[in-house]
Write a protein that binds this ligand. Structure first.
Ligand code: JCE
Length: 291
């Protein structure tokens, strides 16, 4: 996969040299190119912002530098063949894919579609992503409209809070996507059971995890995990997953597929104060009405 990022803060993307993403790049599985938006300005002050039409606070990113940058980066797909060389014969970035297929443009914004594991999977299946993290109050709308006519543009929000710019969302999205690429995660850290992964335990949050020593500061690892009884371990983990999910994400319980719930699940949910609805789903038991 190839990833381009166009930003006024290239240093903000330095974490992409580290850890999982850094290793995938070193192995030739990921071709990441960071570009400075100011390289496509022409005035002495490398201006990228201006005041908003219609008035109001803050500044808006000017369309011209983004237009020039996106034209240059999208046109660079054809020369990808020279640089996408695998290290040590590892699975190489497919240069042909990049030049033949259109990139997906990913635009971080608090008003975008929620970034979910499902979207991470979809993005991980693309050969080429271009990220356009903005600053100020965002990018002149005409830039998004212009490229949406030619490319698949995804305006994406990583959560319901307002950051100062899109660079941190790029780090989040790239990490979530990169770990899904074939061969990036080792077997030891396989993602089959991730909370939110399709096929994970009925969309439950994961329970607590433990390692050696079996006793630490007088705190014991739950005995069942030391028992070697696989059936009991699975039941314990599932119960813990339900306890966490009811406490932290009741919305996930409410839209849980009733067919995914076994008898023990139903009994535990009842014990945790949830009531079974006529359709087999669960809802929070109505609190007793006070006089
Ligand atoms: C951003 C800003 C809107 C005023 C570019 C914020 C994404 N989930 C997210 N939270 N925050 C963002 C995000 C992404 C890009 C930009 N801002 C700040 N946004 C209105 C200010 C500018």
């Amino acid at each position: 996969m190839r990833i381009d990022v166009i930003t006024i803060f290239p240093e903000y993307l330095e974490p992409l040299n580290v850890s999982l993403v850094g290793k995938a790049r070193a192995r030739g599985q990921l071709d990441v190119r960071i570009h400075n938006l100011r390289d496509w300005t022409h005035d002495r002050h490398n201006t990228v912002d201006d005041s908003p039409f219609g008035g109001g606070p803050g500044m808006v990113m000017k369309p011209e530098p983004w237009g020039e940058a996106l034209d240059a980066v999208t046109a660079s797909g054809a020369d990808a063949a020279d640089t996408a060389e695998a290290v040590d014969g590892a699975e190489a970035v497919d240069a042909a894919d990049v030049s033949e297929r259109r990139p997906v443009l990913v635009v971080p914004t608090p008003s975008g579609l929620p970034f979910t594991q499902e979207l991470a999977v979809e993005l991980s299946e693309q050969p080429w992503l271009i990220f356009t993290p903005a600053r100020y109050e965002g990018i002149d709308r005409r830039v998004i409209d212009e490229y949406a006519d030619r490319y698949d543009v995804r305006e994406v929000s990583i959560g319901d809070y307002v950051l100062a710019g899109g660079e941190a969302p790029v780090l989040v999205i790239v990490e979530a996507v990169a770990r899904l690429l074939p061969g990036v995660l080792g077997n030891a850290e396989s993602h089959r059971d991730d909370s939110f992964a399709p096929g994970a335990m009925a969309d439950l949050l994961e329970g607590p995890v433990y390692t050696k020593p079996p006793v630490w500061r007088e705190r014991e690892v739950p005995e069942v995990l030391l028992s070697g009884h696989h059936g009991k371990v699975a039941r314990f983990r599932r119960d813990e997953a339900f306890r966490r999910t009811t406490a932290n994400r009741p919305d996930l319980i409410e839209r849980c597929d009733p067919a995914a719930l076994d008898k023990a699940d139903r009994a535990l949910l009842a014990e945790l104060g949830w009531e079974e609805l006529p359709d087999g789903r669960f809802g929070r038991a109505a609190p007793a009405v006070e006089e």
